[in-house]
Design a protein. Structure first.
Length: 320
């Protein structure tokens, strides 16, 4: 899914690239292109249609003014971080119980906190909905949540690997391995799914310097297609807070892919696909959904450790 005020989180602004330079996976030449067009979004959840938006909800579209505080709260090691209802976009949160957990590095601390988000795994997350965008506007791309919908399930259930293991179990194990590696390298870590679940993106915005969500793609292919990140589509780049942060999101994604590639991970095409995600629609810090393979991928600890090394290199590249 921070007590240090650091310029590091802003150091990559001049390295951000435009989306025109980011090659979408939909433009890459690859086999089974048609099968992959709904990649990532092809989870076990039913497609949400506009009819779902007729359900009763007390949520109102949020103020999209980007007023994320420059000075963030101070947390002690292993302190629980709960949702503060005064935070921007907290009013849109529908899962407000539980807490994230803040871990402080005991190594030479870099003054950077990484929010690690183990995808899926929230009890009851599929039964409640939130606005796809903070201003209440409809989604611009389709998938698990249909294009044109204004509301989506808070947390989808994810897919199942070919060996029967739930994606949510693997993402949590990946998060634990990544957490330990980051701590060893001087990064503090905000574990957004450590034991309980809360409004992940809102907490990350207010307690971390970047937000990395870990996923594997449910695409029904018969081979491991490799890693890619979800890039920001053109259709939401004028909407706040996306307009102020999309270049940071894509720059972080590019560095994560570079780090993974340098450590021997297979990369899918050019390494990105443009999808309108609720996560990045609410993010006011560099934020990326990284897909680390699909249901055919190996997910033993040795494989996850290789992915860890690539992700840590990507994070280092982004903040250096």
């Amino acid at each position: 899914m921070l007590c240090i005020v650091t310029a590091a989180a802003c150091s990559k602004a001049d390295k951000s690239t435009s989306s025109e330079q980011t090659v979408s996976m939909n433009e890459a030449v690859m086999s089974d292109t048609e099968k992959e067009q709904l990649t990532k979004e092809n989870n076990t959840e039913e497609t949400i249609t506009e009819e779902d938006t007729k359900e009763e909800t007390s949520i109102e579209a949020a103020d999209t003014t980007d007023n994320n505080a420059a000075v963030k709260p101070a947390y002690s090691d292993r302190e629980g971080v709960e949702l503060d209802h005064s935070w921007q976009y907290a009013g849109n949160a529908v899962i407000t119980t539980g807490n994230a957990v803040y871990y402080k590095s005991s190594s030479e601390r870099k003054g950077i906190t990484v929010a690690v988000n183990a995808g899926h795994g929230t009890v009851g997350g599929t039964t409640v909905k939130t606005f796809c965008h903070p201003d209440g506007s409809p989604k611009t791309t389709g998938g698990t949540t249909a294009s044109g919908s204004t509301m989506a399930v808070a947390v989808s259930s994810g897919m199942t690997f070919n060996d029967g293991v739930a994606e949510s179990r693997v993402t949590l194990r990946m998060a634990e391995i990544l957490r330990d590696g980051l701590l060893d390298n001087g990064y503090d870590v905000l574990m957004l799914r450590d034991s309980d679940d809360v409004a992940r993106t809102v907490i990350a915005n207010n307690a971390a310097d970047c937000h990395i969500a870990l996923h594997w793609d449910g695409d029904n292919l018969s081979y491991d297609k490799g890693c890619f990140y979800i890039a920001v589509p053109d259709g939401i780049k004028d909407m706040e807070p996306v307009a102020s942060h999309w270049q940071e999101h894509d720059a972080l994604g590019e560095e994560l892919i570079a780090g993974l590639s340098n450590n021997g991970a297979k990369i899918n095409g050019q390494g990105s696909m443009k999808i309108d995600l609720t996560q990045t629609s609410y993010s006011t810090i560099p934020s990326v959904d990284i897909e680390l393979g699909n249901q055919c991928s190996d997910h033993n600890d040795s494989r996850l450790e290789t992915l860890r090394d690539g992700l840590i290199e990507g994070i280092r590249r982004y903040f250096e």
